[in-house]
Design a protein around this ligand. Structure first.
Ligand code: ADP
Ligand code: MG
Length: 637
């Protein structure tokens, strides 16, 4: 077929532009990306060859070769992996198929430094070649296709690329980078080797380069007619722990996760017994941009007896641990497993349970280091970092993983009235240890923001009595709390729900309160009448000190906060009318006069204020304004 010129997808153009300008200071990563693609291509060939060994075409020794040509000013990365057909070259090198592409572009800020970090996480891949090259030529042939169906793809990394069909005997892909002006330092075996060892040492495939030797006469390095392997070329996780340095673990992580930061922690071990497998699991130091994407499947690669089987094997990890990156290499699973088989397999269930326990142990260790006087400052800070990045995801585990609920509950951290910083650093165990002797429940309030939670009128009585309240402001909290009803035998109780029963905490005041209740009964009855369309009930409360009124949800009803959240998420929420509680000690309430013409307006004002104070929005703001102004005017006389 003749040469054809095609246009890049718009996103590719944008990515290319960004990358060339913002990743320039870290340009060496292009080699890591291209070697990683070559290694993926070898994995794919090995996997397809399980069913069809003819794909090896008498060339079964998979390898990557890196070479350079000083005269032509090119660097070449060559593999004998799966290769690409013409159609594949067009779609794989002309569009971005990655899930989360939309989120990624949405997150770009225009700030070069921030965007560079994001691009790194996104996995810049093939296009990073254009950081150092002003033209890239790709020649490829897919394994199994005839030599006449090779493809040449070429682009200058601007708007478009060309493709043509070529004759190509060799299976696999050769990528030639025509270097930009000023990139000549890459035309050196030493330089390329250094970059490979820095970023690609752990690639399980041999990376070959032509051997060079010092020539005394010429006074320079000269190429020999033989190859040498320049990386370790063995799968890191198959080596024994004491042979692996921290640095090697970290580099392997960076390769797996496309992350330029080191992980917070890792665990590497071999599990023997009914199900045998090796696991190498990492907890990253920051969340990827697509953690909240529904398709985000997590980052475990599945190998079977060192043969790569699949990326993102979500069956190996519960969804609330989807931030974990790593490798599981099973000795028992069949090589031809599919995602469907994985779902059914008992071995996979055993692996998932094992992986889950392992990750929870790692998190427990991080959490313990936080309170350990012997630990370094760096070790102490790790759990807080983890919590900030992934705490909301871990909370999903309370609902999802019944078997480990208690362990997960211990790992939770909350903001609380105990500290003023708003930091989520109070554990349920901390809370229980600080409970008043006569206190029986763990109290919490939920709101949209920490500010709103902290200033909630519902907290007034707790502040007065010095009782700590947890301040919950994450979206998953209400949902999580429907599964977490107690901790350490103490029930969790919302301060904004039902009849506030502080138990022994306010026994002494009960009698006095009964009396007030009796006295103000007629007032409360009149208020119920005035608010019958808005409030399920009206009653006096002793939980307020500074505010005249607040709203509470009846026992068994959905809280106003949850109703608003569901509505915001576009879901149909049933409507529950709240109960209005009024503070008999407040001057506004004391001044209420059931005979006055404005009585009904005052009742509505007390209700609307309470709704605003808890972050709700008024159904009829115009009437609120009108009423308020009328009352103000009446006061002004
Ligand atoms: P990713 O590796 O994350 O998929 P890349 O931009 O690195 O993204 O690569 C895009 C796609 O191009 C790959 O998914 C693969 O299908 C194809 N590709 C790139 N390099 C090679 C190669 N050496 N051999 C075969 N296919 C390749
Ligand atoms: Mg890639």
């Amino acid at each position: 077929m003749a040469q054809e010129t095609m246009s890049f997808q718009a996103e590719v153009k944008q990515l290319l532009h960004l990358m060339i300008h913002s990743l320039y200071s870290n340009k060496e990563i292009f080699l890591r990306e291209l070697v990683s693609n070559a290694s993926d291509a070898a994995d794919k060939l090995r996997f397809e060859a399980i069913a069809n060994s003819a794909l090896y075409e008498n060339d079964p020794n998979l390898r990557i070769r890196v070479a350079f040509d000083k005269a032509a000013r090119t660097v070449t990365i060559d593999d004998n992996g799966i290769g690409m057909s013409r159609d594949e070259a067009v779609s794989h090198l002309g569009t971005i198929a990655k899930s989360g592409t939309k989120e990624f572009f949405g997150k770009l800020s225009g700030d070069q430094q921030k965007d560079a970090a994001l691009i790194g996480q996104f996995g810049v891949g093939f296009y990073s070649g254009f950081i150092v090259a002003d033209r890239i030529t790709v020649e490829s042939r897919r394994a199994g296709l005839p030599a006449s169906e090779g493809v040449r793809w070429e682009s200058a990394g601007e708007g478009d690329f060309s493709v043509e069909t070529i004759e190509r005997a060799q299976r696999g892909t050769t990528i030639t980078l025509h270097l930009r002006e000023g990139e000549d330092d890459l035309l050196s075996a030493w330089k390329l080797k250094t970059i490979i060892q820095k970023y690609s040492d752990h690639v399980a495939l041999p990376i070959l380069m032509q051997k060079e030797e010092w020539d005394q006469e010429k006074g320079e390095m000269v190429a020999k007619d033989e190859d040498e392997t320049v990386n370790q070329a063995s799968a890191l996780w198959t080596r024994s722990k004491n042979e692996i340095t921290d640095e090697q673990y970290q580099q392997f992580y960076q390769h797996l996760a496309h992350d330029s930061q080191d992980p917070l922690a890792w665990t590497h071990n071999r599990v023997e017994g009914r199900s045998e497998y090796t696991q190498l699991l990492y907890v990253p130091a920051h969340a990827p941009f697509d953690l909240w994407n529904r398709d985000h499947r997590g980052g475990l690669k599945l190998y079977v007896k060192r043969v790569f089987i699949m990326d993102d094997a979500e069956q190996l990890l519960p969804s609330y641990l989807r931030f974990v990156k790593g490798v599981v290499d099973s000795s028992d699973l069949p090589l031809n497993v599919s995602r469907e088989i994985l779902q059914e397999s008992r071995d996979v269930r055993a692996i998932r349970d094992g992986v889950t326990k392992r990750v929870l142990s790692v998190l427990e260790e991080l959490a313990n280091a936080q309170g350990d006087a012997e630990a370094t400052d760096e070790a102490k800070a790790k759990y807080a970092t983890f919590w900030t990045e992934f705490g909301q995801v871990l909370k999903e585990g309370i609902g999802e993983d019944h078997a480990n609920r208690d362990r997960i509950a211990k790992l939770l951290r909350f903001a609380s009235t105990h500290n003023d910083s708003g930091e989520q650093n109070v554990s349920l165990a901390d809370y229980v240890a600080r409970m008043k002797p006569e206190q029986t429940k763990i109290y919490y309030v939920t709101a949209d923001t920490w500010q709103a939670a902290k200033n909630s009128p519902h907290l007034e009585v707790f502040r007065k009595k010095g009782v700590e309240v947890l301040l919950l402001t994450d979206r998953v909290d209400e949902w999580m709390l429907s599964f977490l009803t107690e901790f350490d035998g103490k029930p969790l109780a919302s301060v904004a729900r039902g009849d506030l029963d502080l138990g022994a905490l306010d026994d002494a005041e009960k009698e006095q309160q009964e009396k007030v209740n009796e006295e103000l009964k007629p007032l409360v009855e009149r208020m119920k009448g005035a608010l019958k369309d808005k409030a399920k009930d009206v009653r006096l409360t002793f939980r307020l000190t500074d505010s005249p009124s607040c709203l509470v949800a009846d026992d068994g009803d959905m809280s106003g906060y949850l109703q608003r959240m569901l509505k915001a998420a576009g879901q149909q929420a049933p409507t529950f009318q709240p109960i209005l509680e009024v503070n008999p000690e407040h001057p506004l309430v004391k001044a209420l006069n059931t005979d006055s013409a404005e009585f009904s307006d005052w009742c509505h004002l007390l209700f609307d204020q309470a709704l605003l104070a808890e972050g709700g929005s008024l159904e009829d703001p115009a009437s609120f304004v009108k009423r308020t102004n009328a009352l103000l005017l009446a006061k002004a006389g």
